[in-house]
Design a protein around this ligand. Sequence first.
Ligand code: NAD
Length: 449
Amino acid sequence: MLSLNRRSFLRVAGAASAASFLGPQMHALATLQAEPSRSVAANDHIQIALIGAGGQGQSDTKVAVQVPGVKLVAVADCYSGRLERSKELWGSNVFTTRDYNEILARKDIDAVIIGTPDHWHKQASIDAMKAGKDVYCEKPMIHLYADGPEMIETARSTKRILQIGSQRVSSLLYIKAKELLASGAIGQLNMVTARWDRNSSMGAWNYTVPPDASPETCDWPRFLGAAPKIPFNAEHFFQWRKWKAYGSGVAGDLFVHLFSGTHFITGSHGPTQGMATGALRFWKDGRDVPDVMLGLFDYREGFNLSLRVNFVDGGEESEGLIFTGSEGTMEIGGGAVTVTRVPRQSAPGYTVDTFPEAMQKEILEAYGKQYPPHVGSDSLGGSEKFVAPHGYSDSYDHFKNFFASVRSRQPVVEDAVFGYRAAGAALLSNLSIERGAVVRWDPDAMKLA
Ligand SMILES: NC(=O)c1ccc[n+]([C@@H]2O[C@H](COP(=O)([O-])OP(=O)(O)OC[C@H]3O[C@@H](n4cnc5c(N)ncnc54)[C@H](O)[C@@H]3O)[C@@H](O)[C@H]2O)c1
C-alpha cells in the first residue's frame, strides 16, 4: 500500500531502465548493447517496409528506424505525393510502389508497418503474414467484427508476430498505473471514466487535401479495396475517418485507445455489455459518423467504464483516464499519473433534526460516547504524482517491444487477441447507437452475445 501522507512529485523510476527516460535518439544508443543480436535478415538488420505512408505511417516509421538494427527498405502508398515524401525522408534508394504485393513478394523484408485506413487493416495484415512478414498494424485492429477471428487465426497458423499499434500499452506511465492499481493505491476499483475532447478542425479530422489530388495521383480503386465503389472523391481519400466505409468513427479512432489503456491497467478482457449515445452536433460537412459520443460499459471485475469524445468541446482540449477506487483516485493525463486520496471520516456523522427533541438528545448522547470528539487526522490523505520524463516516447518503447519480439519470437505486448478485445469493445458503441439498444459481448470468447 502506498503511504500518501505528503504531496510529492516523483519520477517514474524503477519501472524501466534509465535508457527509457531519454529521448528516442539517446535511447537508441543506450539499448544497443542490451539487445541480443540474432540474424533476422542477411545483413543482420531487421528490414522493414511501410504500407500506408500517411500521417501515422510516416510518424511510426520515423520512430521505428530509431530502434537499433532496424532499416526501412520499401514503402507502399496509394498517393504519389506520399511516395515522393518517403524518398525525401528515407532516401532515394527506398523502393516505392502503389501495390503492397510488390513489397510482400520481396524476400529481404522481415516486417511491415501497416498505417492504412482501418478498412485495409485486416487484408494487409493477413496478406503480409501469409507472405512470411511480421506485422505492426495500427489501431483499431479491426474495421468489422469478422476481421478479428481471421487476423488472430492467421497470426497463429503462420506463426508470425502481430502487434497492434496502441502505443500506450508500452508506456511507462501505464506500466506505473498498473503497478499502482495492483498495489492497492486506490483500494477497490469501482469506476473508470475517460475522455478525449477536442476543439479544432484538425482534431475533427478535416485533414488537408493536397492540391494535386486526382485519379492520376491517387490510386482510387486500390484505396477503396472492399469499400463500396463510388467515383473518385478526394475528401474520402484524405479524410477517410469521416465515413464508416473506411473508418470506425470516434469509437474506432479514440475509444479504442481508452479501452486498450483500461484493459492493460486492469488486466480485464473487456466489458460484458455496453451502450452508447451520440450524434453529429457540429461538423455537418457530409460525414456519416457522430462528433459527440458517450459510452457506458459493465465489467465483471466490479467496475463500470464511461467514455466520452466531444469534437466540439468549446474550450480546452482534454484527454485522460480517471480510475476511481474505494480509497482514492488515479488519473492519467498530461504526461503523468496522479494518485489522490481523501480519507473518509472515521465517525459516520448523523442526521437527527427531523426527529423529536428527546430522541435527538438520546441519539447524540450515544453518539458522543461511541465517537468521542477528537481532532481528525488525514495522515493517509494527499496526492502523489509520477511524471514521465521530458521527451519520453511510448511509441519508441512500443516499437522496441515489437522488434524485440521479432528477434526473440516471444509474444508481443499487444497481440491480436488484446487488439481485438480493445477494438471489439470500442465498436460496441457504434452497434449500440445503430440498434438503439444495450449490446452484449463475451470478452473471453470475443463474440457478440
Ligand atoms: N496509434 C496512434 O496513436 C494513431 C494515430 C493516428 C492514426 N492511427 C491509425 O493509423 C492509421 C492511418 O491513419 P492516418 O491518420 O495515418 O491516415 P492517412 O490518411 O494519413 O494515411 C493513410 C495512408 O494509407 C494509404 N493507403 C490506403 N489504402 C492503401 C493500400 N491498400 N495500400 C497502401 N496504402 C494505402 C493512403 O494512401 C494514405 O496515404 C489508421 O488506422 C489510424 O487509426 C493511429
